[in-house]
Design a protein around this ligand. Structure first.
Ligand SMILES: *[C@@H]1O[C@H](CO)[C@@H](O)[C@H](O)[C@H]1NC(C)=O
Ligand SMILES: CC(=O)N[C@H]1CO[C@H](CO)[C@@H](O)[C@@H]1O
Length: 286
């Protein structure tokens, strides 16, 4: 096992260099950033005044594997020395978040796919994330492990308000105006490492713990965003119902998840584009 200290994989200077490089390439100074899944790829095509960069051209930028969903991406990330023991970090997924911060971004929108645990949820619902349970974090897989750099945030950040109430209310209003109020929900998202989907017993456990949906991503990005003071809005598309019952015959599969993603992509895109302009306005009026 190669053990590396966190700071050697992405020091403040590394982040600074990447930020400076990007800011040298563009005069755009965004205030809102969006991290979206493959299902929302079309969103990027609709952005006006856009400038695109290939990951491999950006200095220090972790290059994606190109999979539609990369569970266990932490596995291929560097190891780091934690405060008390060796832990895994996830610099690749959280790297862009700190770049956004250094570029002057104030709000981060994250979208995701997750399995519905709350019995009231239907496939195709959009859940506004109001809180989360970081299950990998309980086992020591945490994006803020290792030495803390105060230039990003404090050692022990508060997470009780990780998801902006104001942005959630805004999303709810916009959703209703767009006629999708009927399938916008609010709930607690739980992250598991995957790559397998949950067993029935695991799903029941998550339900008892108060989780409304479960997925394999997003919490590292949100945690790092909250640490450095970004306002966060999380949207999770419910692509399947998690089985809480041994007699249920349907089995979840990755294709189904992608299919639902495509089906609701249009609505989700409209919601996200409207949200971006409203976020921008709310920042301007502050
Ligand atoms: C950004 O531009 C400045 C001025 O042209 C230059 O000195 C600097 O090296 C550039 N930085 C990067 C990382 O490209
Ligand atoms: C459908 C969807 O948006 N899924 C995304 C969840 O978020 C991760 C990043 O955190 C993406 O890689 C997934 O594609």
């Amino acid at each position: 096992v190669h053990v590396r200290v966190c700071s050697s994989c992405c020091s403040f200077e590394d982040y600074k260099l990447t930020t400076e490089w990007l800011m040298n390439q563009t005069s755009l100074r965004p205030k809102v950033a969006v991290i979206c899944g493959s299902g929302l790829g079309l969103l990027a095509d609709r952005v006006a005044n856009k400038q695109a960069f290939r990951y491999q051209d950006i200095p220090n930028f972790p290059v994606s594997t190109g999979e539609s969903h990369a569970p266990c991406r932490d596995m291929k990330a560097a190891w780091c020395l934690g405060p008390s023991r060796t832990r895994r970090v996830t610099p690749s997924v959280t790297f862009p978040v700190r770049i956004f911060k250094l570029m002057g971004v104030e709000s981060l929108l994250v979208t995701n796919a997750s399995g519905g645990i709350c019995p009231d949820f239907k496939v195709g619902d959009i859940m506004l994330i109001k809180d989360h349970i970081n299950l990998p974090g309980f086992a020591g897989q945490h994006p803020l492990c290792g030495p803390n750099d105060e230039r990003f945030g404090i050692r022990f950040p508060c997470m009780s308000d990780a998801y902006s109430k104001e942005l959630r209310a805004m999303a709810m209003d916009i959703g209703s105006e767009l006629g999708c109020g009927g399938f916008i929900r609010e709930g607690v998202y739980c992250m598991v490492s995957g790559p397998n989907f949950e067993t029935v017993a695991e799903a029941r456990m998550l339900h008892i713990l108060g989780c409304d949906s479960v997925g394999m991503s997003t919490i590292p990005e949100v945690t790092v965003a909250k640490h450095c003071g970004l306002r966060v809005l999380g949207l999770s598309l419910i692509t399947n119902k998690v089985s809480l019952d041994y007699s249920r015959e349907e089995k979840v599969n990755h294709e189904e998840v992608l299919e639902i993603g495509k089906m609701r992509a249009e609505v989700l895109q409209k919601l996200v584009t409207t949200l971006i302009s409203c976020c921008q306005q709310s920042i301007n009026t502050h």
